[in-house]
Design a binder for this molecule. Structure first.
Ligand code: SF4
Length: 249
């Protein structure tokens, strides 16, 4: 009798647990579906409103883009575009830049942020391109991040723009806009975790363009201080609307 009682209790417990697990699975799938629906909606809105989305850095070849992206760290694209014409006129290739000294390069780039470090990085990057990659810009994360001045974000930009790979560079705009819209959860507190979350939900073929969508949206609409929520075409689906619009008044 006692054994039957225990077995009965265990069985009830087992059924209750199964029910809990079923509910948990349903909630999880609902959450995932809603999340994916949000992604699909955002992609379709951006496709319609911003069919062409490209980097605003000026460049003619992969080497020029790599130089510009290294210079753009903590600096505006506008400022970088002002200084690259003279620099790349005099040092148009990895071969030419590898022979320069950081002191000479510094004179060309002194109006950008961190010119001391960046001039050393540019010369070091050019020398490594010659030594290890035949003067060509490589296309993998491992190879790119072996170059001085090239971190994960810069490598992702090069892989995405030059090699059309499904690489998502997370800068300050991508980080902020992804959080505000609700594309990534609050627990994503690092650029790497935001990158992982975005690449998990976005289709591979869309990722290179999505990087520019989020940057351009952050630069001109969903700005850090006063986001233009009322004019924003994402307000219908944005998690932060109208909260941000009230703050930005
Ligand atoms: S509604 Fe406001 S917070 Fe949301 S994406 Fe647009 S500008 Fe940013």
């Amino acid at each position: 009798m006692f054994i039957l009682f225990i077995q009965g209790r265990n069985y009830d417990f087992y059924l209750a647990r199964q029910k809990d697990l079923r509910i948990f699975a349903e909630v999880l799938s609902l959450y995932h579906m809603k999340k994916q629906e949000l992604y699909d909606k955002i992609v379709s809105i951006f496709e319609e409103k911003m069919p062409v989305a490209e980097t605003e850095l000026h460049y003619n070849n992969p080497f020029e883009l790599l130089v510009a992206v290294i210079l753009s760290a903590q600096c505006t694209d506008k400022r970088v575009n002002m200084i690259t014409p003279a620099l790349l006129h005099d040092y148009p290739t990895a071969e030419a830049m590898a022979l320069a000294t950081p002191e000479v390069i510094y004179e060309y780039i002194k109006s950008v942020s961190y010119p001391n470090n960046k001039s050393k990085h540019l010369v070091g990057m050019a020398q490594k391109l010659i030594k290890d990659f035949g003067g060509e810009v490589p296309g993998t994360m491992e190879e790119l991040t072996s170059l001085p001045g090239v971190g994960r974000k810069t490598a992702n930009v090069i892989m995405s723009v030059v090699f059309s790979k499904a690489a998502m560079a997370v800068d300050t705009h991508v980080f902020r806009v992804s959080h505000r819209i609700g594309l990534v959860p609050q627990r994503c507190t690092t650029p790497y975790s935001v990158e992982m979350e975005l690449t998990k939900h976005l289709p591979d073929e869309v990722i290179p363009k999505a990087h520019h969508w989020l940057i351009l949206h952050g630069r001109y609409v969903c700005t850090a201080q006063r986001p233009k929520c009322k004019d924003c075409y994402l307000k219908e689906v944005c998690k932060s609307f109208p909260k941000e619009s009230l703050i930005s008044k």
